[in-house]
Design a protein around this ligand. Structure first.
Ligand SMILES: [Zn+2]
Length: 277
């Protein structure tokens, strides 16, 4: 409970500071909470001084680089420039978008990156595989062909900003979270993107389990928004047309789902429970 209170306190402090301290950029992964906080407290985010947000740890774009639901929700309520970043403490550098939003620019003097298939072969631009990095700018604990587990692709044509460096795509999933379902392979991120875009869904959690035949089983527990009509068939149709699959759907209250999402010891709300191991 203490952790939850601390978590909320950190968020509220972050949100209220946006109004109190007049920063012009907001490097954080909680900006969607700021949007929610502002909505609930009738605050106009556009009266804050923030004009640019660097988004870390949460995709704001689809794999085609258009804004995803989260990116759209932030930009609809807040007239800011959004920049996506891929980074980790170990690599000591970041792939960050320029204002054209065409993938995170690579700093070739600080890092070597490769996109590999399951056999370790290097993949060409536009083909998704695992991101593997070798650090050039880290002295105490350098990484040599470190498997990040993140599935990405890259682009190598010259960016509209004029830079010639390669650019990294949004992460389409974690390698170990790949789901094999009814002959299709997909990543939970694809499910998140569809579910986040549906207005009838208030919140959800995805359960991955192995069935008795050893195949992956996907169950989605959903809290519907009040007053939703024909929600179940809408959700099934949405999943079928976007992903060609219809997982098992269950419905629960918002309180039940939010209880399942709390991952003890982690700050982040967890929308995926993977019980396949
Ligand atoms: Zn650029």
């Amino acid at each position: 409970m203490k952790k939850i209170i601390l978590f909320i306190a950190v968020l509220l402090t972050s949100c209220s500071q946006i109004f109190a301290q007049r920063p012009t950029s907001d490097p954080g992964h909680e900006n969607h909470y700021e949007v929610l906080y502002a909505k609930e407290n009738n605050l106009n985010l556009n009266q804050s001084s923030v004009r640019k947000i660097i988004c870390i740890g949460e995709n704001i774009r689809e794999t085609d680089l258009s804004l995803n639901t989260l990116g759209k929700r932030i930009s609809e309520s807040w007239k800011v420039e959004l920049y996506s970043t891929y980074a980790s403490t170990e690599q000591q550098t970041a792939f960050t978008e320029c204002k054209h939003g065409k993938g995170g620019h690579h700093h070739a003097d600080l890092l070597i990156f490769e996109i590999l298939d399951d056999e370790g072969n290097q993949l060409p631009p536009g083909v998704a595989g695992e991101l593997v990095i070798t650090t050039l700018g880290v002295e105490a604990m350098p990484l040599l062909r470190y498997n990040t587990g993140d599935i990405c692709t890259y682009y190598d044509e010259i960016c509209e900003c004029g830079r010639t460096t390669s650019r990294l795509s949004p992460v389409s999933g974690r390698k170990q979270q790949m789901i094999k379902y009814n002959g299709t392979t997909l990543y939970p991120q694809a499910l998140f993107n569809i579910l986040n875009s549906m207005d009838c869904i208030q919140d959800y959690i995805i359960n991955l389990v192995k069935n008795e035949l050893g195949s992956d089983n996907v169950q989605i527990i959903i809290a519907l928004r009040q007053g939703s009509v024909n929600a179940e068939s809408q959700i099934k149709q949405g999943l079928q047309s976007a992903l060609r699959i219809v997982p098992e759907l269950k419905f629960g209250s918002l309180a039940e789902i939010q209880k399942l999402q709390v991952d003890e010891g982690k700050r982040k709300i967890n929308k995926l429970i993977d019980k396949r191991k």
